[in-house]
Ligand binder design. Structure first.
Ligand SMILES: [Fe+2]
Ligand SMILES: [Fe+2]
Length: 139
């Protein structure tokens, strides 16, 4: 069943996506500085850049529909001091994103939004795979 969401409801969903992408960008940037291991650090840094691109894509969808992206983020949870804890946190963030985007693709009846969310979703799946591979190598 496709729910008919009002434009304001779509903007609200996209704004929460935007906030989560902002938080992921900051968390991954910080973690990439702290991780001592070269390969996971570089991967985390590169993925932080992907998350920032997701912010731009979402901001574009939001502003085109008359909304304004919210820059207010919640308290940041970096996962911990150890690389395993950071990677686990990052995997958790990707999993949450995958769940949200998968659901939104099902309920949003707006081809442009769905197209962008499908693109983002594919990248989040790749990110989770990348982080999982680094976590497996770390123990
Ligand atoms: Fe993202
Ligand atoms: Fe991601």
């Amino acid at each position: 069943m496709v729910m008919i969401l009002r434009k304001e409801e779509i903007i609200d969903l996209l704004n929460e996506d935007f906030r989560r992408e902002l938080e992921a960008t900051m968390i991954y940037t910080q973690n990439s500085f702290i991780m001592e291991n070269c390969d996971p650090s570089r991967v985390t840094e590169a993925i932080a850049v992907d998350e920032m691109r997701h912010m731009w894509w979402l901001a574009d969808l939001i502003t085109k529909r008359g909304g304004k992206p919210t820059m207010e983020h919640q308290e940041l949870d970096f996962g911990g001091e150890e690389i395993e804890a950071m990677l686990q946190k990052q995997i958790q963030l990707e999993t949450e994103g995958i769940k949200r985007y998968t659901h939104q693709i099902e309920i949003i009846d707006d081809d442009e939004v769905v197209g962008v969310l499908q693109h983002i979703l594919a990248e989040e799946k790749r990110h989770r795979k990348e982080f999982r591979e680094r976590l497996e190598k770390s123990d």
